[in-house]
Write a protein that binds this ligand. Structure first.
Ligand code: ZN
Length: 184
């Protein structure tokens, strides 16, 4: 008798006839167990989708922040390297020797400087020719600065052997041909 009294109801979604006591009410509609499960799955999926979307959005925001940060760092690195470049240029400019002006140096007024240059010239000559020059004239041109040969007459150069020489500055009074005390 009980079976006759059993009331059947159609599932709102799939239309399957189910016992009323087995139907599950959801939002005022009766559903079969299977559809409830499916619906729940759908809802879970919707929630999961929403979570996933939110995660993606958060990730994108973080990514944009990171890109911005990197861009800022890039700009900072660029600015720093430009500053370093400018500074190094500045320092190089400071350390650069003054351009040599084409000033004609009068070696005759500084015979000690001339002597140093002649000595350097003699070493240069010796290293290339493996012997001392016979006379100072052999040093010009090529072994001494241009114009230095004008001072050669102010020096007494004696080649003692292949490796030894004497180089002395002749006192100006002896050089002068008009000196009062000459030949005395
Ligand atoms: Zn159903």
């Amino acid at each position: 008798m009980k079976q006759e009294n059993a009331k059947y109801i159609d599932c709102h979604i799939c239309g399957t006839s189910i016992l009323e006591q087995c139907a599950i009410e959801e939002d005022g509609q009766f559903l079969c167990g299977e559809c409830v499960i499916n619906e729940t799955k759908k809802e879970v999926n919707v929630v999961e989708e929403a979570k996933k979307k939110k995660r993606e959005e958060e990730y994108e925001i973080e990514r944009q922040k990171l890109i911005l940060k990197k861009k800022k760092q890039g700009v900072i690195v660029l600015v720093v390297s430009v500053i370093v470049l400018i500074l190094s240029q500045f320092v190089m400019k400071l350390n650069q020797p003054e351009p040599v002006h084409s000033v004609t140096v009068d070696y005759t007024k500084d015979l000690y400087a001339a002597k140093s240059l002649i000595t350097i010239g003699i070493y240069k000559y010796m290293s290339e020719n493996e012997q001392l020059p016979i006379a100072l004239d052999k040093l010009a041109p090529g072994y001494v600065p241009i114009g230095l040969d004008e001072t050669f007459h102010s020096f007494k150069y004696i080649k003692l052997n292949d490796e030894l020489y004497e180089l002395e500055i002749i006192p100006p009074s002896s050089v002068s041909q008009t000196g009062e005390n000459d030949e005395e």
